[in-house]
Design a protein around this ligand. Structure first.
Ligand code: FES
Length: 225
């Protein structure tokens, strides 16, 4: 695990989501679905931030925040934290993203990877990011069932409270097929990924797990929904 000090270089919006760019190298320091703990110098608590956008080079929080952070602010970043999405290397790959949160931007680094490998990507969600690349097909609710048959990889995001709803949405649209579905589960994460406080507990078929270290991306089949 790395811990570096760097500065915030840019703050911008994508819809109602605040996006942060740090002074980093030209590749994302974490994989899609993993996170960094961003601690502004002088603040009491750090904030978990996820790589976002097609390149994963900017970061967003799980839910929209009203941030006082300004370009030039100094941060300590700890990364990589947690387990992210595993995208099987297939050419061409057919990736379906099903978003159940206000921030589908966190799914896009996986889409960027698949498109770079000449794969195809489709998206369903009630909150659509601004500037979604034209290569990504945006689906309606009615098209979801067919897309689940088409996809060879399904990823998504949801709050823990809405996990059952998200699961119902996906399973209702499946026609008996089984997929390696992976879902990013949003929980509070306050102890800097140390698995000490327990607020991120997620119930699985193998007992309670900590989203901050065992997730936040879990195989759907593992979750006790
Ligand atoms: S955030 Fe504290 S145990 Fe996971």
């Amino acid at each position: 695990m790395k811990s570096i000090q760097t500065s915030l270089s840019r703050v911008f919006h994508n819809g109602n989501i605040v996006c942060f760019e740090f002074d980093l190298e030209a590749t994302s320091p974490v994989n899609s679905g993993q996170y960094v703990m961003a601690h502004r110098v002088g603040d009491f608590l750090p904030t978990p931030l996820f790589p976002s956008g097609m390149t994963g080079l900017y970061f967003t929080s799980a839910t929209p925040i009203d941030s006082p952070w300004q370009p030039g602010d100094l941060f300590r970043l700890r990364y990589p934290l947690g387990k992210g999405f595993t995208i099987q290397k297939k050419t061409p790959s057919r990736l379906l993203m099903v978003s159940g949160t206000e921030n589908p931007l966190r799914l896009l680094p996986a889409a960027g990877m698949v498109l770079a490998d000449q794969g195809a990507v489709a998206f369903f969600g009630y909150h659509q990011p601004d500037d979604l690349p034209v290569e990504i097909e945006v689906l309606t609710r009615d098209q979801l069932s067919e897309a689940l048959t088409w996809a060879d990889c399904v990823i998504g995001d949801t709050s823990y409270e809405n996990l059952a709803v998200w699961n119902g949405l996906v399973r209702d649209s499946m026609s008996g097929s089984t997929y390696d579905i992976q879902v990013l589960v949003d929980t509070p994460m306050v102890c800097m990924g140390m698995a000490e406080c327990g607020v991120c507990a997620v119930k699985t078929r193998h007992g309670w797990k900590h989203a901050c270290v065992d997730g936040p991306v879990f195989p759907l089949a593992e979750l006790d929904v």
